[in-house]
Ligand binder design. Structure first.
Ligand code: ASP
Length: 349
């Protein structure tokens, strides 16, 4: 009898040890096989080397690298793609270099109205905010809408009241004042005065930016668990009026993520990106037509171009492949290569 219980105990110990080692091997395989990936943009447009000073170029490169690597290190420490995206976009929103948060462009009335959105490719949950005037980090409010409300999109004062209830950081409108953006608005207003009556009647968009530069920021990421997410944040277009809202907070236009295909964030003339449903179109081409991420993104940016729109996208597929096509002279963009090094690009190569 003693022999039998000893034998059973022995078998049980062997069985448990086996289970533990299988579990360990599985966990190791999971983390070592999983590709993390991240890409960011800081806007597309007429970005030419001849118009850039070395100091400006350095400033952009440094800020893009700081934002990118913050996100990459979060992903490396097994944080979710949503955490990485929020952290990255907050850094860019806090910088005056980009048209988002602190550096947002001015509306026709001389105010700042900010838009943002975020999407979780695992659950297909999304949060979007538009027309914010006092929220320091619109991307964080978009995430609160996604995670703390049953809704997808909130606008203006209502969105701000919801943010206050959840303790979001509020700032006065003056926080968003930067001389550079103010001058851009003044130039635009001057130009508008000299536009011919015919142009005005033809409904030419009165919201062109200085030399067509879009400084919207965005981030797409793939985390260790294989979850894709994307986020975008913007001040919109200089001289916008009548409560104009662009593609940035429109899920499927400026932002989209789905674990079955890809994560996308866009920048460019929002009206064309809404009409082309850019971000979702890329995901749909991948899912239904089995196009590669590069091909799908190029096809859709071509379609935007055919309509007369300019801009670009950053995308990551579920394997961590990255595509960043654009049809402008440049796009501030960055990604981490397979060896873990940052690659920062500005102009067309
Ligand atoms: N897409 C943005 C908008 O139309 C502008 C930008 O990309 O900077 O509001």
């Amino acid at each position: 009898m003693k022999h039998i219980s000893f034998y059973i105990a022995f078998i049980l110990i062997i069985f448990l040890a086996d289970m533990i080692s299988i579990q360990l091997a599985f966990t190791q395989e999971k983390s070592s096989n999983q590709n993390i990936a991240i890409a960011i943009h800081g806007g597309a447009g007429t970005i030419l080397k001849k118009n850039m000073t070395p100091e400006m170029e350095k400033e952009y490169q440094e800020k893009l690298t700081e934002a990118l690597m913050t996100g990459y290190h979060l992903l490396q420490s097994d944080k979710s793609s949503l955490d990485a995206i929020e952290a990255v976009i907050k850094i860019m929103e806090d910088s005056p270099l980009f048209n988002a948060g602190k550096g947002a462009v001015f509306t026709h009335e001389g105010t700042n109205e900010l838009d943002a959105s975020i999407m979780d490719g695992n659950t297909l949950k999304a949060g979007a905010v538009a027309g914010l005037k006092h929220i320091k980090n619109p991307i964080s409010l978009a995430r609160l809408v996604m995670e703390q409300s049953p809704h997808v999109m909130m606008v203006g004062e209502g969105a701000e009241a919801f943010g206050k209830q959840h303790g979001i950081e509020i700032v006065p409108q003056e926080y968003f004042y930067t001389e550079r953006r103010w001058k851009q608005l003044q130039q635009m207003l001057e130009k508008e005065k000299s536009d011919s009556v015919r142009e005005k009647k033809m409904n030419v968009l009165p919201i062109e930016t200085d030399e067509k530069k879009f400084g919207t920021v965005g981030c797409v990421a793939l985390d260790m668990k294989g979850n894709l997410s994307s986020g975008t944040s913007s001040g919109g277009m200089t001289n916008k009026r009548f409560g104009r809202v662009g593609d940035v907070p429109i899920i499927g236009a400026g932002t989209y993520a789905n674990n079955r295909s890809c994560a996308v964030s866009a920048t460019g003339e929002g009206e064309y990106f809404i009409r082309s449903v850019v971000a979702h179109d890329i995901a749909a081409l991948m899912e239904y037509q089995h196009l590669s991420i590069q091909k799908a993104a190029e096809v859709v940016i071509d379609k935007v171009g055919q309509l007369g729109g300019t801009g670009g996208v950053i995308c990551i597929d579920k394997y961590g492949n990255i595509a960043m096509p654009f049809n402008t002279e440049g796009m501030y963009r960055a990604y981490v290569d397979k060896s873990g090094n940052p690659v920062v690009l500005i102009y067309k190569e």
